[in-house]
Design a protein around this ligand. Structure first.
Ligand SMILES: [Zn+2]
Length: 164
């Protein structure tokens, strides 16, 4: 069973995001199509340092991605469905089914939602290590300093072009 697949449109189509910005898809640009996520959809953390504070394992995951990448990347903006036993998925009752994350990198390699060092700094400025960070033995692995002063911490996804 596949949960995502690459596709293409024969004719370009234009989509609007929540900030009323246009994105044209099609032609030579493939797209990624995901299976519908069923059940309650939740936002767990953002790319500007916000966290819901109720899913410490996911904040620890974001922290861990930064450690594992040698400080080059932070996977954040985690959102999706928290499996609570009501809708088993692939044989598991308790799980997270995540979609559409952001990756903040030192060199802003991944487009508009990659807020670069400011996004990484915003995460660590707001992140308090939890028992999962301790379990992963990463609670002392943090940037020497954070440079997040110009970012407004928001629950919704932030885009580089809005903040420059
Ligand atoms: Zn941590």
């Amino acid at each position: 069973m596949r949960d995502a697949a690459l596709g293409e449109f024969d004719d370009p189509i234009t989509l609007l995001d929540e900030d009323n910005r246009r994105f044209t898809m099609g032609g030579d640009k493939p797209f990624l199509l995901e299976r519908e996520i069923r059940g309650a959809f939740a936002k767990f953390n953002s790319n500007s340092g916000w966290s819901c504070g109720e899913d410490p394992i996911l904040d620890a995951f974001s922290h861990w991605t930064w450690v594992e990448s040698g400080g080059a990347e932070l996977v954040c903006d985690l959102q999706g469905h928290r499996g609570d036993g009501q809708l088993p998925y692939l044989g598991s009752a308790f799980y997270y089914l995540l979609t559409d994350p952001c990756i903040c990198t030192r060199d802003r390699e991944y487009g508009e939602s990659d807020l670069g060092p400011a996004g990484i700094g915003a995460f660590f400025q707001n992140h308090v290590c939890n028992e999962w960070c301790e379990h992963l033995d990463i609670e002392y692995e943090r940037p020497a300093y954070v440079n997040a002063g110009r970012l407004q911490t928001r629950m919704s996804t932030s885009y580089h072009s809005i903040h420059t």
